[in-house]
Write a protein that binds this ligand. Structure first.
Ligand code: ATP
Ligand code: MG
Ligand code: FE
Length: 333
């Protein structure tokens, strides 16, 4: 089985070729980060234009590096949501055209499933049940997997996503975009206890998340200091904010683990690249004898390989999309 995976949901144009769900033959990512950086965030209209310009060459390069042509493909898997509608449409329309011309099935992949399936790229054997903590730019979810593509969402954020909150604080601190990695770097020079920030745990037993309280508290610290013309140690604030966000992620995960017995715990999404999160989850899980898995950083953020991987399992299930497939910007798990 040879799957071409295509991802264009945000600001990365990416394509990958995956053999038999195990062998990643090629993986090309054309990032627009530099284009959007000067605006401090992704500009949707520019993003979709960039996808139009690059999709053809990215797919071409992925096929070349894999040493195959369209006629060797079993199917084309594409992200159809969630994401920016204009960006998604470029991938969906492109994938449809390629699959139709090649006479092969089209597979619609939920980007969030893709993030979780990134965990399967570098390891074959996953023992279910598996709990996943998806922490990306737009989503924060705890999900219970009983088997492949058989899952239940246990909780989600009621306001900001963890990555979104990190990005907003980074911006307020003057770090730029994307903020998560810059917060992580600054935090290395800061004291995580320097500033006291609230950690919202919500009602007893709730597996939902809320990051807007700690975000407002951090912004208030900045604003008050500005008014009083007092300096703020940005490294201390970055470290304190990162610690507060990770404390909530870890404590909520433990709350879920107390309720459901699982044999694997997976981190997924861009924030899963964070080393403090990996370390903190790792020590909690090793105390419970549950193996922690996470993708390499390149597979944590948006990429076509994860779409090919999720697409492979949909292909095995015979779950093909039809030619009327549309982008669904607000798609959920
Ligand atoms: P979604 O997948 O929810 O639609 P997205 O595709 O924009 O959103 P991802 O690409 O999964 O999100 O992740 C991007 C997010 O990950 C950004 O918020 C970024 O700041 C964050 N991030 C990336 N690296 C790190 C890191 N090392 N530490 C913390 N956060 C990080
Ligand atoms: Mg991105
Ligand atoms: Fe993403």
């Amino acid at each position: 089985v040879v799957i071409l995976g295509i991802e264009t949901s945000c600001d990365e144009t990416s394509a990958a070729v995956l053999f038999n769900g195990t062998d990643l033959k090629s993986h090309v990512i054309s990032s627009q980060v530099k284009t959007h950086q000067k605006y401090g965030g992704v500009v949707p209209e520019i993003a979709s234009r960039e996808h139009c310009l690059h999709l053809g060459e990215v797919v071409g390069q992925a096929l070349r590096e894999a040493g195959i042509g369209f006629s060797d493909l079993s199917a084309i898997a594409v992200t159809y949501g969630p994401g920016l509608v204009g960006s998604l449409l470029v991938g969906v329309a492109g994938a449809k055209a390629m699959a139709y011309a090649a006479g092969i099935p089209l597979i619609a992949v939920n980007h969030l499933e893709g993030h979780i399936y990134a965990n399967f790229i570098e390891r074959q054997e996953i023992v279910f049940p598996m709990m996943a903590l998806l922490v990306s730019g737009g989503h924060t979810n705890l999900i219970l997997f009983r088997g492949h593509l058989d899952y239940e969402v246990l909780g989600g954020t009621r306001d900001d996503a963890a990555g979104e909150a990190l990005d907003k604080i980074a911006r307020a601190l003057g770090f730029g975009y994307p903020g998560g990695p810059l917060i992580e770097k600054a935090a290395l020079q800061g004291d995580p206890c320097a500033y006291e920030l609230p950690r919202a745990m919500l009602e007893p037993g709730s597996l939902d998340f809320s990051f807007s309280g700690m975000k407002s508290a951090a912004l208030n610290i900045l604003n008050k200091a500005k008014m009083k013309k007092e300096p703020v140690d940005v490294n201390h604030l970055a470290a304190s904010f990162q610690q507060a966000a990770i404390d909530v992620l870890v404590r909520k995960s433990i709350r879920a683990l107390d309720r459901y017995e699982v044999r694997t715990f997976a981190l997924a999404g861009g924030v899963a690249a964070n080393s403090l999160l990996r370390k903190s989850m790792g020590s909690e899980l090793s105390a419970r004898n549950i193996p922690l898995i996470f993708p390499s950083p390149v597979f944590c953020t948006d990429n076509g390989a994860m779409i090919a991987m999720a697409g492979y399992f949909h292909f095995l299930a015979g779950d093909y999309a039809n030619w009327k497939l549309n982008a669904v910007p607000g798609l959920n798990l």
